[in-house]
Design a protein around this ligand. Sequence first.
Ligand code: FS2
Ligand code: SF4
Length: 545
Amino acid sequence: MFCYQCQETAGCKGCTHRGVCGKTADVANLQDLLIYNLKGISMYAIKAEEVGMDNIAVDRLIMDSLFTTITNANFDREFFIERIKETLEVKENLRKVLEDKGVDLSSAKHDAAVWTADTVEEFEAKAKTVGVLATENEDVRSLRELLIYGVKGLAAYLHHAYALGYEDKNIYAFIRKALVSTTEALSVDEMVAIVLECGKFGVDGMAILDKANTTTYGHPEITKVNLGVRNNPAILISGHDLKDLEDLLEQTKGTGVDVYTHGEMLPAHYYPAFKKYDNFVGNYGNAWWKQNEEFEKFNGPILMTTNCLVPPKDSYKDRVYTTGAVGFSGLKHIEERNEGKSKDFSIIIEHAKKCASPTELEKGEIVGGFAHNTVFSLADKVVEAVKSGAIKRFFVMAGCDGRAKSRNYYTDFAKALPKDTVILTAGCAKYKYNKLDLGDIGGIPRVLDAGQCNDSYSLALIALKLKEAFELNDVNELPISYNIAWYEQKAVIVLLALLHLGVKNIHLGPTLPAFLSPNVVKVLVDNFGIGGITNVEDDMKMFME
Ligand code: FS2
Ligand code: SF4
């Protein structure tokens, strides 16, 4: 195996025996083979589109499959074997249909398109030859993988939008083009251009998800979220999928079973539609990487709707359920909803009834709900605070949290920020400072949480709104600094989206991605002023200059 798609990759170079995340070598290889097969399917699907065939089912399969390979989503060997079989079958069918139609397939003769096999042994042998290292040139490999990780992140967001009935065929078409491009001998300039184009589709993808979420559940509102527990049996729901939460709340209503959010599900409390459920109690615990300890104490069942799953300990493994793109051998999986129906969570609800109520981890509340609509409604106040000098600078500290001790930098950085600065956050990165008492500026909290990592889109809209309010020509003239923590591939699409919107001088930490070769880093530094982090003191001086 060779995997370097996330920030925690071994030695900042690559996981080669077993992932730091817990992914085994066989699963990593099968994921590589699945991606390879998606490239082949895309070659045929592009042809199919050219002759006017409807590709939507194939596009959804590509999207869903990409999502399953994202860090901490799916660790299940059997799942990947079945998915490879399914994609091989889809690829074969597509080829046959195109041949029957007399379509010229001479440009779709790449091995990724024509390769097929029947046995797991053949899959495993092939998988070893089609991974990241199959591209020998370090810079080409770097640009290809940057693009693949971007589309993986994008696929995750599209998956959530699709669950709410929203999709965009143009974005699917781009994903196909991007996948195929990684099999072609393109120039560096051509590859850089597609990577940047991915950022454009990243903005579109986050926009469609924002529309899906806010149309279905209303615009996030300023909300106090309870951190304590009640004395009822309960279910903990984690991940990012709001449709799963809706189904769960509907089915637990009136059963005496409470529901708590965990990790990236915290921002669900900000949506008006979920406020009507009186069993929707609060948020339990912190960011994903603390789950081994916190899930044990929760006492009841846990539903993982997306990443980030940490391989569960035996002590609570029987209480963890997966759904959607998530998988782990031995955990019970809740199947997809049928068209127009809900997912069936009854087994989890019955399980909860037999469990003790959660052990309290903390008390108190946190405040969030500062997505674009709310901040726009406060725009006058915010603009006034900037003009009067009450707010000197905003710090976008969105992104991810993770295990590395070096991430304490973000807590220290938040504490060290001058009192006339405001943090704009989204994603699980927030857990590094959202429970600090950083106070407010004239009623505006110093930590404004817009929501999940995809709600980084809100932060971009806020920046554009401020640019308009201050009548500036360039978003980079605003008193906003970007100190972003990354971990997995959704942060990659967020980064590419920000670059597309023209944001410069973004600092990424705690380490720069291992998949960026020195030459690719140079391109990003020269064109976009991308930088890393050093220490709180020096960085603070640099940002405040
Ligand atoms: Fe956090 Fe994990 Fe949001 Fe990431 S819970 S690192 O999936 O996408 O963020
Ligand atoms: Fe390693 Fe990250 Fe890949 Fe897991 S996802 S195998 S930790 S690089």
